[in-house]
Design a protein around this ligand. Structure first.
Ligand SMILES: [Ca+2]
Ligand SMILES: [Ca+2]
Length: 320
């Protein structure tokens, strides 16, 4: 905390001078609000060492973290949190000293902070019914004998077949409170609630019917694990148009395109520059009154507008 205070207060310490953000856009929105940009973009990594969790924390006055935790190096922690403990597993607390786990059908091993599940139960908190996730477990052709369970991916897919959920007794017992259903298909990735899967692209899209500023809209998308939509080609453009017009074909929708970093240099919110593909309305972008954020007009073309304007918006994320 002391080190971070000194960093923030600008006090000259040789060791910490090398670990300060040098760009005002680090962690700002509009700017570089996503930590994934630290991995993807060298200029973000180089300009934002604090934001990207690269500051050295070995001399942090709070001392070492418990239970395998480490200080520093976690891009999810930045600014005054740069040197917070990064806990492993279910350990929690400022020093990773607490075990937060509740075992639904099983007992807690407080030494390792893991659940030992009762027979027939599975999952990190023993809340899942023990089941196979592949139709091939015990099937012929497939993995007909438990000898196959020595292969990692078979053991992973066939918890029931391989006796992983037998509670150590070697006999698989079905839970009595739940009707056992055998899973016969491998779970397919799905989009978050309300998002449409753009099958060819492996992208989930959703047009929101709430009016937000560009930054607020970006935050909503981030809460959904994604970004404002980035129509970088005709197919994604058409998908965005269909979804927004299904919500309301007479209003504007924000997209993930901004020139807030450098006036006139339009970038998508993943940091990539705009290519020859664009849907600017004739005469746009014109930066008429400091217009640094792009949106769809009702007629499906783009305009730049003041980022503080409230309008509907389109998010994209990936199936999980
Ligand atoms: Ca502008
Ligand atoms: Ca404009």
């Amino acid at each position: 905390m002391l080190l971070c205070f000194l960093l923030l207060s600008g006090v000259a310490i040789a060791a910490s001078q090398s670990c300060q953000n040098t760009a005002p856009l680090c962690g700002a929105s509009p700017g570089w609000p996503l930590l994934s940009m630290c991995q993807d973009h060298d200029y973000v990594f180089a300009s934002c060492p604090e934001f990207c969790g690269q500051c050295s924390c070995t001399n942090d006055p709070r001392g070492p973290c418990y239970n395998g935790g480490t200080r520093g190096g976690n891009p999810a922690n930045y600014n005054e949190h740069t040197c917070d403990c990064n806990c492993v597993g279910a350990w929690t607390g400022d020093l990773c000293q607490y075990c937060s786990l509740t075992c639904v059908h099983g007992t807690l091993d407080s030494n390792t902070c893991t659940c030992v599940c009762s027979p027939g139960w599975d999952g990190p908190t023993c809340s899942d019914v023990c089941a196979d996730s592949s139709a091939l477990c015990g099937a012929n052709p497939g993995w007909p004998t438990v000898a196959s369970c020595s292969v990692d991916y078979v053991a992973e897919s066939c918890h029931l077949f391989c006796g992983v959920c037998s509670g150590g007794s070697g006999v698989v017992t079905q839970p009595t409170t739940t009707t056992q259903t055998t899973t016969t298909t491998t779970p397919q990735p799905t989009c978050p609630n309300g998002y449409a899967l753009i099958v060819n692209r492996g992208v989930c899209l959703k047009a929101f019917n709430d009016e937000r500023t560009w930054s607020e809209a970006a935050a909503v998308c981030e809460q959904n694990g994604g970004l404002l939509a980035m129509p970088k080609d005709e197919e994604m453009h058409q998908a965005c148009v269909a979804l927004k017009n299904n919500i309301n074909s007479g209003v504007n929708f924000w997209i993930g395109l901004t020139d807030a970093q450098t006036e006139g240099q339009w970038r998508y919110v993943d940091g990539s520059g705009i290519t020859s593909f664009n849907k600017w309305n004739p005469g746009e972008p014109n930066n008429l009154s400091t217009e640094n954020c792009a949106h769809y007009y009702p007629q499906n073309t783009w305009n730049d507008l003041s980022c503080g304007t409230r309008m509907r918006f389109i998010c994209q994320t990936v199936p999980r």
